[in-house]
Each structure stands twice: as structure tokens, then as C-alpha cells.
Design a protein around this ligand. Structure first.
Ligand SMILES: [Ca+2]
Ligand SMILES: [Ca+2]
Ligand SMILES: [Ca+2]
Ligand SMILES: [Ca+2]
Length: 334
């Protein structure tokens, strides 16, 4: 008995010394990597009121103004909402765009050769078809090639032609636009605090017209701006997943004091060597769930987006409603 107590005392002393030395007997390696994976967000509360800038104004059917603004978190960090964009740079060519008057009835009415080919470093020519709710920026091998011509409405679709060599890495920044800047709400059909949803579909073909990549669950997807949250605890961080499924998706009478979670966008997120191994795989959503049946920018091109042989899926991070700035990655190697 005496001997046993001595051993216990020795172990206790060792543990105390170890604790004083700052060493934890839990798996130090594991807890360190977990904290890197589950990066704590910076929270803001309430609507953005600073640096409100009009990006785009649509006055046709379903008129919307797409603004950006900045909002500060309690630690003083300033965030651009819904996202820092490159909207003023090169616009993707239209597949369908009511605002520019280009409204083909189908793929046959689109002259592919009229679309300029952007050099992404390589010899093979590829064509990407993209429909995003609401805005996207398209990167190949870390280079921004083109941006969506319309940030919010009207719902449009785009073509990007580029030269590259396989394998190449596609990076798409997707933004679900908002009108209550910094809160993730829209003003929609009389609802002052309506929660809009997102979704993105893309098809990449080679010069022979064969589909070589589609959006599906093999893509990686991570959110960097999640709102609205009634309380911070509605967001749960676990194994790289920024899970906001506990948050309500319905309209709110007054959401003006809701929270938003922000994470800094990694500088080189679209580069081939960027490590996305801890990002979750993309979630897929049906056309019905996203609600594209009334959007000719999509429905006029179902031969591309809903192809029988290569049926592209709407993808996003796990939460189609609350995740408003999502980075998507895929390396095409076949
Ligand atoms: Ca758009
Ligand atoms: Ca939307
Ligand atoms: Ca489809
Ligand atoms: Ca949203």
C-alpha cells in the first residue's frame, strides 16, 4: 500500500512538472492540427454601415442592387461583405444574360468561337460553362481568369474558354449575394429579413466537346462567411466542417442584431499546391432544392447542365442558405 502511494505520488509529481513545462499528455500533435483545421471565426453583429458601394444595379424584372460594404468585428478586424471581389476586372462571356440582351434559346444559338481564349498556361483549349447563384470568380492554377458579369440579379450563366495543360486545378469563389450587408439577409417579396440561398453548377469540356469535369461531390468546398446566426453557438466547428445547420432558415421579423462569422480567405487558395485536404467535400443539391425551374439562364442549357452522360450537380458547402462566401476546388487530371 505504501509502495503504491509512493508510485502515485511520483506520477503526480511528474505530471505537475510536465504541466509546468507546458506539456500536455493529451495528444499534442492532434490538438494542434485540430485547432488549425477548426479555425475560430471572427464574429460581427448587425448590419454593415460603412463604405457602402454600389457594384451593380439591375432595374429590369426582379430588380436588385448589388452593394458591398465593410463591417468591423469586436477585435477591430474589418471585413468586406458579402465578399471582396474582382468585379471590375475581366467579365466572363455570356451564355445567357438578360441584362446584356443576350438570351439564346439553347446551346445551338451560342457561337463558341466568338468567345476569347484566356491563357492559363498550356496548349489544350477548354470551355467552362457556369451558372452560379449568385456570383462567381473562376480561377485556373491560381490565376483569376474571369468573373461573373452579374453579382445578384438577373440570374445569368457564363462561358469561360481557356488554355491549360492537364492536370490543372480549378478554383471557384462562389458568393450568395445579400441586401442586408453583413447579415446575410435579403429584402424579398415584402420580407425585410429573408434568407437567400446559393448553389453553383459548372461543366468543363475539351476542344472535342467531351465533358472532362463536372461539379459533384468530389470537389472541395469551404465557407468563409456564414450568416445570419441568431447566436454564435449556432455555428459548430468540427473536423474542418463549419456547421451552421442549427441556424434557422426562415424569414425573421427583425434580424438586425444577428451575428455573422468570418474567416480570412487564404492568399493562395486557388493554387494547385494549396492544401485543401482538411476542407470538407462539397455537398450536392437538386435542381428543385436550388430552384432553377424559372431561370432560363439554366433551363435553356439542360443539354449542358443536366446531360444524361455527365450530369453536373449543384454544389456548395454544407449549408446552402447560411454559407455566403464559399471557395470550391477541383483538380482535373484525366
Ligand atoms: Ca450571376
Ligand atoms: Ca442567392
Ligand atoms: Ca444537373
Ligand atoms: Ca445566404
Amino acid at each position: 500500500m505504501k509502495h503504491y502511494q509512493s508510485a502515485t505520488a511520483v506520477i503526480a509529481t511528474l505530471l505537475t512538472l510536465a504541466a509546468l513545462a507546458g506539456y500536455s499528455f493529451t495528444n499534442a500533435q492532434q490538438s494542434e492540427s485540430a485547432s488549425v483545421v477548426d479555425q475560430r471565426p471572427s464574429f460581427t453583429q448587425g448590419e454593415a454601415t460603412s463604405n457602402i458601394t454600389q457594384l451593380y444595379n439591375w432595374s429590369g424584372s426582379n430588380p436588385r442592387t448589388a452593394n458591398i460594404a465593410t463591417v468591423k468585428s469586436s477585435d477591430g478586424t474589418q471585413w468586406t461583405v458579402p465578399a471582396k471581389t474582382n468585379f471590375q476586372t475581366i467579365k466572363a462571356a455570356d451564355l445567357y444574360n438578360e441584362a446584356s440582351g443576350f438570351t439564346p434559346a439553347g446551346t445551338a444559338d451560342v457561337e463558341l468561337d466568338a468567345v476569347p481564349v484566356i491563357d492559363a498556361g498550356g496548349k489544350e483549349v477548354f470551355t467552362a460553362y457556369v451558372f452560379g447563384d449568385n456570383y462567381f470568380e473562376f480561377h485556373v492554377n491560381g490565376k483569376l481568369l474571369a468573373v461573373d458579369a452579374i453579382p445578384m440579379t438577373p440570374f445569368n450563366s457564363s462561358i469561360i474558354r481557356f488554355k491549360a495543360s492537364r492536370p490543372f486545378t480549378i478554383g471557384i469563389m462562389g458568393v450568395d449575394w445579400e441586401e442586408r450587408l453583413g447579415l446575410g439577409f435579403e429584402k424579398f417579396r415584402g420580407a425585410d429579413f429573408h434568407q437567400g440561398d446559393a448553389g453553383l453548377v459548372a461543366v468543363i469540356k475539351n476542344s472535342a466537346g467531351d465533358t472532362i469535369a463536372i461539379t459533384d461531390q468530389s470537389w472541395k468546398a469551404q465557407t468563409f462567411y456564414t450568416a445570419p446566426l441568431k447566436s454564435k453557438s449556432e455555428l459548430v466547428l468540427k473536423n474542418g466542417i463549419r456547421d451552421s445547420s442549427a441556424a434557422n432558415t426562415g424569414d425573421i421579423a427583425d434580424g438586425s442584431s444577428y451575428y455573422a462569422a468570418h474567416w480570412p480567405v487564404p492568399e493562395n487558395w486557388s493554387a494547385p499546391r494549396f492544401d485543401d485536404s482538411r476542407w470538407p467535400f462539397a455537398s450536392t443539391f437538386t435542381n428543385e432544392f436550388v430552384g432553377v425551374d424559372n431561370k432560363p439562364a439554366y433551363t435553356n442549357f439542360t443539354d449542358i447542365f443536366d446531360n444524361e452522360v455527365a450530369n453536373a450537380q449543384f454544389i456548395w458547402s454544407s449549408n446552402l442558405v447560411h454559407d455566403n462566401l464559399v471557395l470550391l476546388r477541383k483538380t482535373v487530371d484525366k
